[in-house]
Design a protein around this ligand. Structure first.
Ligand code: TYM
Length: 332
């Protein structure tokens, strides 16, 4: 029998999950378990590159796990785990640091953005974060890494590391590919559609666990464009606000852009914004309700992350042993 292809991804529990995380990443992970061997984790080690409140980090990590499951990731079919529970991530992260160039890390746009935002804490971890991310990926030898557009550069760097490492030691790592959705890869903020949706601008960000009335209100207030046409038409250059709403609508309903333009032809932006808000509310409602139910069952969550860490460690340690052997570390 042919072996299943492998898929892996993670999200930092540095804030509450939002619509960008859902449409750019998680939606693409779900319902794949029949086809792929899947590993999804809470990237808690990455979050400390920016200062975190410990109690909030702990709470959000568990909430994120409950939300993963509520989004349709069945723990029986997907390996769900907490990054810091699998020590191989830190171990391979160190090794890969030594195979990642200063110049490469300096070019990462996320490093440039975050160091501009957190001038008082430009720590080494923030700089070397992409080699830890490469370790997260390569430990599981995945074929595909489903992420939003903003993480593509880090996956490309991982590919460079694979080429460099395999060039020296032979075929140690499988070459991973970024897997980026057609609609939803880059969801922009509702209040400022020039920048991606992010928790740092909460008024323009829709959180998975938000109340339906708050979500509807955010969409009603979404910035549309000041062009004279005032018709629902996809044109990210001239109509960034409307185009972003179209992207969201396409991603949640599965409709294509032409169908959406036809559906709202002759209608103003107001009716369109309400329709997008309603579609998002209905998509998120079952997720919110299911996540709240799962979160109440702490024993179940503990069982899921404990078993997840066991399964993940088994696979990760196999790769780590291979790497250690290749680079000349004496076997224990
Ligand atoms: P993070 O935690 O910033 O984001 C998690 C996922 O959500 C996607 N995303 C978006 N997609 C569309 N529109 C948006 N506005 C939007 N905002 C976020 C991101 O592209 C990502 O897929 N370094 C990673 C976490 C990570 C990881 C990994 C991912 C650590 N190790 C290994 C994959 C494989 C990060 O900070 O993503």
């Amino acid at each position: 029998m042919e072996e299943k292809k492998v898929m892996l991804s993670g999200i930092q529990p540095s804030g509450d999950l939002h619509l960008g995380n859902y449409l750019g990443a998680i939606k693409n992970w779900g319902a794949r378990a029949e086809e792929f061997e899947c590993f999804y984790f809470m990237a808690d080690m990455h979050t400390i590159t920016v200062r975190q409140n410990p109690a909030d980090l702990r709470r959000r990590t568990l909430e994120q796990l409950a939300q993963y499951i509520a989004c349709g990731l069945d723990p029986e079919k997907n390996t769900l785990f907490i990054q810091s529970h699998v020590s191989a991530h830190a171990q391979l992260g160190w090794v890969l640091n030594c195979y990642t160039m200063f110049g490469e890390l300096s070019r990462m746009t996320q490093f440039k953005d975050k160091s501009a935002k957190h001038k008082d804490n430009i720590n080494g971890g923030l700089f070397t974060y992409p080699s830890l991310m490469a370790a997260d990926i390569l430990l599981y030898q995945p074929d595909f890494v489903p992420v939003g557009e903003d993480q593509k550069q880090h996956v490309e760097l991982t590919r460079n590391i694979v080429q460099r490492f395999n060039g020296i030691y032979g075929d140690v790592f499988k070459m991973p590919q970024p897997y980026i959705p057609k609609a939803g890869a880059r969801i922009m903020g509702l209040t400022a559609p020039e920048a991606k949706m992010s928790k740092s601008v909460p008024e323009g960000c829709v959180f998975l666990m938000e109340k339906p009335e708050d979500i509807a209100r955010k969409f009603k207030r979404a910035v549309t464009d000041s062009d004279t046409e005032r018709c629902v038409h996809f044109d990210p250059e001239r109509k960034p606000g409307v185009s972003n709403l179209m992207n969201i609508y396409c991603a949640v309903t599965g409709k294509d852009r032409q169908a959406v333009e036809a559906e709202f032809s002759g209608q103003g932006y107001g009716a369109f914004k309400t329709a997008v808000g309603d579609a998002v509310v209905e998509t998120l409602r079952p997720i919110r309700e299911e996540a709240a139910r799962i979160l109440a069952d702490k024993a179940y969550l503990e069982k899921v992350y404990t078993e997840g860490a066991q399964k993940a460690s088994y696979v990760a340690n196999k790769t780590l042993r291979k790497v250690y052997k290749k680079i000349g570390f004496v076997a224990r």
